[in-house]
Design a protein around this ligand. Sequence first.
Ligand code: CA
Length: 447
Amino acid sequence: MIPATRILPWIIWTVLLLPSCQKTKSSNQDERPPNFILIMADDLGYGGIGCFGNEEIQTPHLDRMASEGIKFTNYYANSTVCTPTRAAMMTGRYQQRSGMEGVIYVRGKTRDLGMAPSEVTIAEALKERGYATGIMGKWHLGYKKEFFPVNQGFDEFHGYVSGNIDFHTHYDNAGIYDWWHNLDSIAEEGYVTDLITKHSVDFIETHQDRPFFLYIPHEAPHCPFQGRNDPGYRFPGEKFPYYGIVDDKDRAYIEMVEVMDEGIGELFATLKRLNLEENTLVVFVSDNGAEQHYGHNGGLRGWKLNLFEGGIRVPGIAWWKGKIQPAVSQEIVMSFDWMPTFLALSNAPDIANLALDGIDLSAHLLREQPLVDRPLFWKYRKQKAIRDGKWKLVVDEEKGRFLFDLSEDLREEKNLADQQTAVAETMEDQLTKWYTEVSGNREMVTN
Ligand SMILES: [Ca+2]
């Protein structure tokens, strides 16, 4: 069910695209809309991979993707934690609009909550365009089956719905088994990262003859810290440590990122083998900044769970053979921009009808056109933040106001709030107006 306020645009849009769906079926390869592969790491910080300055972790496939494609140095996650970034990415809208401002936890009062099936997702919109749609990996937008990916436009789902599972036994942090195929709990042996890669390759092979959208939200490098050959440790009815039982967690962390990179290499090899490279846009991003104890934030201030740059600025890469030219882009981009971008590239009719907050990046990706100037906003727990050009304002309910000039102070060391009071006031006003508009009076998950 689509809410009444959005029914009219949805009907108009659906009717408008009927003729183009029919055309897709009979069109030749040149007219076929491109495939989209959206890969998202979990808790990977700004300095977490080779092409973003990490010298300790070997990520040759992501490094090659960045050198052949566009590397975004100002790429932001919509939030500093899992659930809200995923909600924004799936809907192309600020997560507050779907009530998903905080994390849905496996324990406690949020366990029964989820993103409403009435929200229009990127998968639903592309499915309407005739795309095959798949998600292999972490969902984290609701534990009840009514919230599962297959009820949000995905034809196929292999993965888990909680925040993290044992990479080997597939039990979540509450000791509940969490590995699914569509709506069924299934027994499947394997290391989560390898299973995600295997099912992703299978999906591409199965759907190679039609346009597809494949969303690959990896578990790596979120805890528990476990490599391929480390033991499983979560079992029902037992107590276990959140971060895992491996002694050398730094070693396990490195391996987790490297195995993910290996899997991404396998995806690229699959595209090449099936001759899909020139018809597939591949995007790699993270869902929030680095975890404080084991992650790499590239020298930025802050970590996952706060709105300083280290919590929200993450790696972003876009690759498309023959279409995207190698470049380093300083344009400011955010998670919710991929939905309008993919819809535009699939020649969807007027996407303005969907009232998305994200913007279409396609002219920037394909022709290096600059993006329009726009402010971007965040809210999580006691912090709100706005980025507008070079300025960034963080308003913390307890610690006060922080204003930074990111063009000179990327590490957010010099608080200019007292010197540039007019700038700070104006930005705080924008922030307040934004929050009133996106949150409305609705109930919100704020954990
Ligand atoms: Ca995360």
